[in-house]
Design a protein. Structure first.
Length: 190
């Protein structure tokens, strides 16, 4: 990255266009900019999750993921560049396998919640799903490398697993969806 921002307010975007890393200008509502924004929001939510007390291995993993997401945003801002590859996806697959081994099998759907850290991991999961949809939409309009889309898909899976891990680290468990809740007398259902 040759040019660093020396000032934040440039006024070049006041007309509804923004610059890409390759120097081209696009509408701020372009699908590429939407995808970049969704990746940025995903990364920002991980930043909020990192404000929580977390196991050291989880913290290190999330910091690594933040760097990857920054690179992913960079790749999207520089068409025809590759910053995330298959090795990044394999890394997420490894973390998924590692953290999944600690968890009991799911027999019911779970709700986002439990500990604050787990709930925040669920927010990251949901936002990364939206980022994935934005990347798929971009791929329908322009050529996009497959690894970044695969990466964000795996990230949402990892955040689901991580939420379960974080609930257990906090001494809790999954918050189970109750199929029978509407039929249970006295629960306030009408």
């Amino acid at each position: 990255m040759g040019n660093r921002l020396s000032r934040i307010v440039t006024r070049t975007g006041d007309g509804g266009k923004t610059g890409l890393g390759d120097g081209s200008r696009v509408d701020k509502f372009s699908q590429r900019i939407v995808a970049i924004g969704e990746i940025d929001e995903t990364n920002s939510h991980i930043g909020v999750l990192l404000c929580e007390t977390l196991p050291a291995d989880v913290r290190a993993m999330l910091l690594d993921i933040q760097h990857d997401l920054f690179d992913l945003g960079g790749e999207l801002s520089m068409p025809r560049q590759t910053l995330l590859g298959d090795a990044h996806v394999v890394k997420l697959d490894g973390w998924l396998a590692h953290y999944n081994t600690e968890l009991p099998p799911l027999k019911e759907f779970i709700l986002p919640g439990g500990s604050r850290a787990a709930a925040l991991a669920h927010v990251v999961r949901a936002v990364s799903r939206r980022a994935e949809r934005a990347m798929v939409a971009l791929g329908a309009e322009e050529t996009v490398n497959p690894a970044p889309r695969q990466y964000i898909n795996r990230l949402s899976d990892l955040m689901f697993v991580l939420a379960r891990v974080l609930n257990r680290a906090a001494g809790g468990a999954d918050v189970l969806w109750r199929r029978d809740r509407a039929a249970t007398p006295g629960d306030g259902a009408r």
